[in-house]
Design a protein around this ligand. Sequence first.
Ligand code: SF4
Ligand code: SF4
Length: 203
Amino acid sequence: MYNNIVMFMLKSVNINSYKELNRFYSRLRLYKILYYKDSFCLFKISNISDYDKLELECVIEAFNIKDKKSRISYVYDSACNYIDKKYVNENICEFKNDRCLYQRYSNNKFNNGCCHDCKYLVGDDNKYCGAKCLGCKVYFCPFIRRRKIVGHMNDIKVIKYYYSLFQKIIIKLDIFKERDVILDDLYNSSLIRILKIKIPKDV
Ligand code: SF4
Ligand code: SF4
C-alpha cells in the first residue's frame, strides 16, 4: 500500500526531444493545478542542451517545493545561478576590460564590470556584485536594447512559471538592492508593496 501511495504521489517526467520539452512547459500550468499536492521526478532527459536540462531541473525542483516562501527563495537563487551560467558566456553587454559597450561608447569613468558605481561592488578592485540582485541580472539599459535582441525575464522558465505578475514587477523595480530585501518584497508581493518601492534615481 505504501508503494501505491508513493506511486500516486510521484509523477515521473521523461524528456527525449525539444518537442517533448515544449509540450511539458505548455502543460505545466495545468499540472500545477491538477497535481499541486504531488511531486515530479525526472526519470530520463536526453537530446536537449545542458542549459535547458539545468533549467528543467530547477522547474521540477520548484514544483516539488510546496512551502510558498521556500519556493520563492529557491526560484530566486536558481534564476540567479542560471543567468550567471548562461548569460556570462554570452557577454550580451560586450564587456572588454571591465567596461561594457555603453561605457566605452559614452566614454564614462566606470571600469568595474557593472552598469555603474554601486555600494555593493566587492572583492579585489571592487569588481564583483555582493548583492545577488536578480533585478540587475535581468536588466538591460535602453542603449543595449536599441542595438541588440536581449532576453526577457519570461525567457527564464522558473521565473515565468513560478512568479506572479506582481512578483515580476517587483524584480524589475528592485534593482541595486540586496537579495534579502528583494525576497522580503517577493514574499509580501501586492500592489501596495509595489507602490511603496523606491526606485533609485540613477536608473
Ligand atoms: S545594461 Fe547597459 S549600462 Fe548596464 S552593463 Fe549592459 S550595456 Fe552597460
Ligand atoms: S547590485 Fe546591481 S548595480 Fe550593484 S553591484 Fe550588483 S549588479 Fe551591480
